[in-house]
Design a protein around this ligand. Structure first.
Ligand SMILES: Nc1ncnc2c1ncn2[C@@H]1O[C@H](COP(=O)(O)OP(=O)(O)O)[C@@H](O)[C@H]1O
Ligand SMILES: [Mg+2]
Length: 245
């Protein structure tokens, strides 16, 4: 069987006509090489996955339930470690870091959006968006006001998650994911709980994350409605990632 690692559809050679400055700017924000993962010595869930995500690029990873999408995103974001292979975020190798260092990467360099929004019920919308800034001991007022305005959440600022719609909650989750200016947002089935309107609203929020906050995006989904927004699409199947034309 041909291993996925032998296919490098988005390798650095595609930048070879550019100046050193162009190349530096175009260096991938996420680079995964030959990722393998098995849980407790069972069959490999990932079997040599390679992936480059360029600055502000949107990447879709399609795949049926159980194909390893969550596993891949967890490893890309430092929530889990690969059995083998490497992950760099902004040029820094993260796959061998200790938990304390990974926690810093997750706070500063990566934003997560999950299927269910994972907002804190006892905090208002505004406080939820401010939370990553508080944890990073950064001033929050200006940044939070900016995020709430961009994502049209200002009128909901004092509501709690139970007092807003599921689609609005996902917009809050996107705003919160951007709080510390991450290089990339990793979104795991972000539209699975949403209707068509909610899905459109979240995809619009992702576009804003790229254009207004310069975040790259990796979205794992089995939702065929999630396409467009200029994304590069891949399919995860049998542990291998292949580009979808
Ligand atoms: N923490 C874990 N421990 C053991 N097996 C796991 C764990 N997480 C996922 N798996 C297994 O890995 C495979 C891929 O799961 P997952 O990454 O959640 O796929 P997807 O997100 O595409 O549905 C499944 O067979 C699942 O049972
Ligand atoms: Mg999953």
């Amino acid at each position: 069987m041909v291993r996925q690692s032998e296919h490098r559809p988005r390798g650095p050679e595609c930048f070879s006509q550019q100046t050193p400055m162009d190349r530096a700017m175009a260096d991938p924000v996420v680079r995964a090489r030959d990722l393998w993962k098995s849980y407790d010595g069972r069959a490999d869930v990932l079997r040599g996955v390679d992936l480059d995500v360029a600055p502000t690029e949107a990447v879709l990873v399609f795949g049926p339930n159980g194909s390893g999408k969550t596993t891949l995103l967890s490893i890309l974001g430092g929530l889990d470690v690969p059995s083998r292979g490497s992950v760099t975020i902004g040029g820094r190798e993260i796959s061998r870091l200790k938990e304390s260092a990974l926690a810093k990467i997750r706070l500063h360099d990566v934003g997560f959006v999950f299927q269910t929004h994972n907002l804190i019920d006892d905090l208002t919308v505004e406080e939820n968006v401010a939370l990553p800034l508080r944890l990073a001991r950064k001033p929050s007022d200006v940044r939070v006001a900016d995020l709430l305005a961009t994502f049209q959440l200002a009128r909901l600022a004092t509501r709690r998650p139970k007092e807003i719609s599921v689609g609005e909650a996902q917009r809050v989750a996107v705003a919160r994911a951007l709080a510390n200016g991450p290089k990339v947002i990793l979104a795991d089935e972000p539209t699975a709980a949403l209707d068509a309107n909610g899905t459109t609203a979240v995809l619009d929020a992702f576009s804003l994350a790229r254009t207004s906050y310069q975040a790259a995006l990796v979205v794992a989904t089995h939702d065929a409605d999630v396409k467009g927004f200029g994304a590069t699409s891949y399919r995860l199947d049998d542990g291998s990632l292949t580009a979808v034309p």
